[in-house]
Design a protein around this ligand. Sequence first.
Ligand SMILES: Cc1cc2nc3c(=O)[nH]c(=O)nc-3n(C[C@H](O)[C@H](O)[C@H](O)COP(=O)(O)OP(=O)(O)OC[C@H]3O[C@@H](n4cnc5c(N)ncnc54)[C@H](O)[C@@H]3O)c2cc1C
Length: 491
Amino acid sequence: MKERGFWFDTEPQLNQRAVLSPLEQDITADVAIIGAGYSGLWTAYYLKQYQPNLSVVILEAECIGQGASGRNGGWLMGSFSGDVAYLNRLEGEQRLIAKAIIQATISEVATVCTKHYIDCDLHHGGNLRVAARYPEQVANIKAELAQWRADGFGEEDIRWLDKPELDKQVSMAEGQAALFTPHCARIHPAKLVCGLADLVQSLGVKIYEHTPVNHMAHLGDAQTQLQTPQGNVRAAIVVPAVEGYLRQLSGLGRFTLPVQSLLIATEPLTDAAWDAIGLANRATFSDASRIVTYGQRSPDNRLIFGARGGYGFGAKIRTEFGFDPRLFNAKFPVYQSPPQRAFEGEFGFRYQLLLALFPQLKGVEITHGWGGTLALARRFAPHAIFEKSLGLGLIGGYGGEGVGAANLFARTLVDLILERDTQLASMPWAFNAPVQQVLAPWEREPLPWLAYHGMNKIFAWEDRLYSQPTSAAWQKGLAKRLANRLEGLMS
Ligand SMILES: Cc1cc2nc3c(=O)[nH]c(=O)nc-3n(C[C@H](O)[C@H](O)[C@H](O)COP(=O)(O)OP(=O)(O)OC[C@H]3O[C@@H](n4cnc5c(N)ncnc54)[C@H](O)[C@@H]3O)c2cc1C
């Protein structure tokens, strides 16, 4: 059994769901979706909403939610990476409409969940981006706020919290100020993905687990064939909804870069511990560094905390993350490690950061560590593309902000596929065009590996310099200039 991560491990009724049979014969369908994560499931849901008679199948290589959808940090955002770049292609009322559509993603997910009794612990508490740990973070969020304002986002979208206001929300080490946006909710990722899977099955969608698609071949005459180990699927429309795994599907090019992100979870914390931390309103949070931290107070009252991870040479996908709970738990029967070992390695790095933000957590056990793969598009913005002549629909490239975006982009794709004359189908992220025309390919190795590792190292170096009071001003200045330059290249 492959690692499934915290959200499944701590929910026995999800972890022990009956496995759905693999495909064992040749079949036909109107639409064949590859991947049972949020993207695939939302696509199936909206197809069946608008055309209940369509035959829709989902082919999943492993289990429902085995990808990022069952492993993420549970931020359901009313925004997505690269959204401002898309908005900037519009003017006046069109821009306002697009912005409202993006922000309404949270209420759309909440409405569907309520309507179909999906309990995914959704709590709409907003998001805090906190200037903590070192003073330079205050300058970071000031600059960010100025950029938000320049991009047309007002007080209702994002606002400044000074220290007294911040202290009422969360108590972080050196917490000076924060940006607060209401456009974020917390969810339980595995409950959402399993709830969606049950929902689409109840609408007549057939899901095959343990059915990897090994090959896609366009047969002409508006038919595509998907090859799986024990049966083939012929369909008029095919939707690869595989995000970080796209590079493994033959013939789809180097359009995404699979990168990892890793998280840790504390044991459930006492009420007294939460009194010392805050987050009473379950706001999701990050600190204002460039190493992309993210956290939430989980439904079972743990602190969940993650940060950006690595990239494997040759776009290698990582499925095992090898968390060792003994390093973080003195009560473990064979615990022998000197305490500093808990600070080593990928999970140790996150533990260090967590304690730097919340020294109140010293001595608290870290019970889980896990990771997953997300996808970066070369233009750092996601896409919904329908290439009609091939019957190929493609969504993804969410870059670590796909929980809400998967809903928005699936809805968009369905409107394109069904040729619905909607506002969504006319949004700048909706493309009725050949995939090759819309997406830019990533460079060949070793460039992506060098660039990604170089960037991570520079961001971590900058962070370390700021965190150490002895760092020279010229070093901090140099690190900042380099990091700014790199960040500029990514937007
Ligand atoms: C650790 C981590 C934390 C994150 N935190 C957040 C967050 O807090 N908020 C946020 O907005 N986003 C977050 N993200 C990103 C978000 O989780 C993803 O963008 C989103 O889940 C993508 O959903 P998806 O359905 O497109 O892809 P996935 O969930 O990855 O699903 C793809 C599915 O396709 C299957 N598959 C792959 N290849 C094949 C094949 N050949 N044949 C059949 N099936 C195949 C896989 O097994 C997988 O189940 C995070 C990502 C990670 C990894």
